[in-house]
Design a protein. Structure first.
Length: 499
């Protein structure tokens, strides 16, 4: 273990000196372009009876090294795991063995040899040839302590993956779940498409955008906060089922559930409604869980969450009534709603109306009660600018949000396809923006034009992939399921600590 910066600098110098000597000898590892690997570590371990006595070529990083005179043991780590290798001087030759003894932890080697078991019954490879493929000029964290600094783990994910192999498992599970999601939709004739990330209007959701500038056009542009409006244009154009999975960007706070760029999937189905989207949501997420983890029941930080359909369903007003005793079906006016909000300690925002009060009540008193998967339905029209009004009560919309572990996982609705109503909703959003709401939507005239061409009855759904992955991998932070989460630049981080 290196205790201080001076020692670390000396060790780094020694490694560079070793590289210089190798280069002077004509053994520069960095001239190696490829290595003909035949097997991975787990291939050999899982199929030992078949592999015993066979010559294999493996490659990976030296993670431990034990030299005993004319022989030594090393552990090589590859993508699948680790395997022990036995290296003898009389097997690889004196010059190569002398070089082998100088190799450091972290160096990447290729090794050819015979598969066998040691006296201690450990599956190993007896080397006949060892070649250095890349010299590690940095020092890996000491093996018994690993890389424990959480901030450094996220900044140097490449080191995190090397010294904390269990971290890989979350991303392998993520990959299985995403493959399951795509196959589920592909098997049901959804078409995967791509839409713009750079937009001239920040639309499709209520969120603060990232703003950039296009030099040639000399116009401001926005990183997309949602791909909804483009996907609905494709439904207008005649595609009946479409989806897109990719990065979204929202210039908002960062915490264990939020990263400024995150992965989401949105899908749209013509001639379907929000009830169809509810059925699809519970089925596809339970399928992802089963494929990725082997069960629809996951354990998240000690709490079992069961994604098996059907999920519980409650209207937003029912949820508020259950947890506060306030029945908004009996509260008709904005004035009544604002009065009860003030009494319950809800923050009153400029221009706030009955529907926004209902939503505020739900967020304050309802969300944190939703542990098991639950659909909250029929949101007020004031907080649902793109959702179709409910036929029986036009103050509500045919919309739902899916919750689990107190988190919103999905948002969906019967899409608003009335261009006149949609224009009025956009105008109301602009009113909110003028009152200081920097998350309100902008007017999108071309989208209105698309609706005037004609959007069939359509169901739409958006799923926050990263939060689902947190639950499937038992990860306490969203940063644990994003390979390279957003981090403050290192110098700013250091300055903040010093202050």
């Amino acid at each position: 273990m290196i205790d201080n910066q001076e020692d670390l600098t000396e060790v780094l110098k020694v490694r560079r000196d070793k590289l210089s000597k190798l280069q002077e000898m004509g053994r520069d590892p960095f001239v190696q372009s490829r290595y003909d690997r035949t097997n991975y570590s787990m291939d050999i371990k899982n199929n030992f009876e078949e592999m015993e006595g066979k010559v294999v070529k493996i490659a990976g990083r030296i993670m431990s090294k034990r030299i005993q005179g004319k022989a030594g043991f090393i552990d090589i780590q590859d993508q699948e795991g680790r395997i022990q290798c036995y290296v003898r001087k009389d097997q690889i030759g004196e010059e190569d063995y002398d070089l082998f003894k100088t190799y450091d932890m972290g160096d990447i080697i290729g090794l050819e040899g015979e598969v066998f078991k040691t006296k201690k019954e450990e599956i190993s490879v007896k080397a006949s040839n060892v070649v250095l493929l890349s010299k590690s000029l940095q020092v890996l964290p000491e093996k018994y302590h690993g890389l424990k600094d959480v901030d450094l783990r996220y900044r140097q994910r490449y080191v995190d993956l090397i010294v904390n192999p269990e971290v890989k498992e979350a991303f392998l599970t993520r990959n299985k779940a995403l493959k399951a999601l795509r196959s589920y939709l592909d098997d049901r004739d959804f078409l995967e498409v791509e839409t713009p990330i750079l937009n001239t209007i920040a639309g499709g959701a209520n969120a603060r955008p990232f703003i950039t500038h296009h030099n040639t056009l000399d116009i401001p542009m926005y990183l997309r906060i949602a791909n909804e409006l483009y996907l609905k244009r494709l439904i207008v154009g005649g595609f009946d089922k479409v989806y897109e999975m990719g990065r979204m960007f929202r210039n908002e706070g960062m915490d264990v559930n939020h990263n400024p760029e995150y992965t989401a999937i949105e899908l749209y189905q013509a001639y379907a409604d929000f009830n169809d989207m509810m059925e699809l949501t519970e089925n596809v997420i339970s399928y992802m869980a089963e494929v990725a983890t082997g069960s629809t029941v996951v354990n998240f930080q000690g709490t079992e969450i069961d994604f098996k359909p059907p999920w519980k369903r409650m209207t937003m007003i029912e949820c508020v009534k259950e947890y506060t005793g306030v029945d908004f079906d009996t509260i008709e006016t904005d004035e009544e709603a604002l009065a009860i909000a003030a009494k319950k300690g809800i923050e009153i925002m400029p221009g706030m109306r009955r529907g926004e009060v209902i939503n505020a009540f739900f967020e304050e008193f309802g969300e944190d009660k939703l542990i098991q998967p639950t659909f909250i339905t029929h949101h007020p029209v004031e907080v649902s600018p793109l959702a179709k009004r409910n036929a029986d009560d036009p103050r509500k919309t045919d919309r739902f949000e899916a919750f689990a572990n107190k988190w919103e996982l999905a948002n969906a609705f019967s899409e608003l396809n009335d261009p006149i109503d949609q224009k009025g909703r956009f105008m109301d959003q602009m009113r909110k923006k003028e009152l200081g709401d920097d998350e309100a939507c902008d007017m999108d005239e071309d989208f209105i034009n698309a609706l005037e061409v004609g959007l069939p009855p359509t169901g739409g759904l958006g799923i926050g992939i990263d939060r689902v992955m947190m639950l499937l991998t038992n990860s306490a932070s969203i940063r644990d399921v994003i390979l390279f989460p957003t981090m403050k630049p290192i110098e700013q981080h250091k300055n903040q600590i010093e202050e």
